[in-house]
Design a protein around this ligand. Structure first.
Ligand code: HPA
Ligand code: MG
Length: 222
């Protein structure tokens, strides 16, 4: 049987017992010394996976206008890198993806706990989405409740189509929420930081996705 290249439904699955790489194998800023436990996903792996997601998105959505809706703040790195890869594909292949990039800000976490309320901050009038193909770009989806609420909000503006790209999806039991169409990595239900993901606004300036240490949690608790 011949192998079919170009399948799109996969994701990288990180198992529950994956401890991450030792911090000594990589570089990270001195100001986080002692605050981290391990490098969970190195930056280079994030980039390589994002490159493939860009290709999958281009295969599915190429040649039609698209509105990229970046979910801030955590999604800014993933969105910027994803857009760069899509731009490279548009330059170097016959397909192209004319895009508009917009931003929406959500806030639902305090310390490492999800709060019940979803706050949409900033651009609340999304009427420009009417009749458009929309790609929501989010760094992390855990229960999917936030995503479900956001989808409901976006769909009220009657876009033609809505897809979701999530860099990380957490394996959580309560599968009540919405699940992304494009997934980078499926990870265990643990709190990660870096690559724009924060713990009380810290660690966004970390290159890799890392696991925070108890010292780090205590130091930046509010
Ligand atoms: N890290 C940072 N922000 C988050 C996470 C996480 O693991 N889950 C939901 N928001
Ligand atoms: Mg946060």
């Amino acid at each position: 049987m011949t192998h079919r290249c170009g399948g799109k439904d996969g994701r990288i699955v990180i198992e529950d017992d994956w401890p991450g790489y030792s911090l000594d194998l990589f570089t990270y800023p001195e100001h986080y010394c002692g605050d981290l436990q391990s490098v969970y996903i190195p930056h280079g792996v994030i980039m390589d996976r994002t490159e493939r997601l860009a290709r999958n998105i281009m295969d599915d959505l190429g040649d039609h206008d698209i509105v990229i809706l970046c979910v801030l703040k955590g999604g800014y790195k993933f969105c910027a890198d994803l857009v760069e890869f899509i731009k490279a594909l548009s330059r170097n292949s016959r397909k192209s993806l004319p895009m508009r990039v917009d931003f929406i800000r959500l806030k639902s976490y305090l310390n490492d706990q999800s709060t019940a309320s979803l706050h949409i901050v900033g651009e609340e009038d999304l009427s420009f989405l009417r009749g458009k193909n929309v790609l929501i770009v989010e760094a992390i989806v855990d229960t999917g409740k936030t995503m479900k609420a956001l989808l409901k909000h976006v769909e009220a503006f009657e876009p033609k189509m809505v897809k979701v790209a999530g860099l990380l999806v957490k394996r959580v039991s309560s599968g009540v929420g919405s699940f992304p169409d494009y997934v980078g990595f499926e990870i265990p239900n643990r709190f990660v930081v870096g690559y724009a993901l924060d713990y009380n606004e810290r660690f966004r300036d970390l290159h890799h996705i890392c696991v925070i240490s108890e010292q780090g949690k205590t130091k930046y608790k509010i």
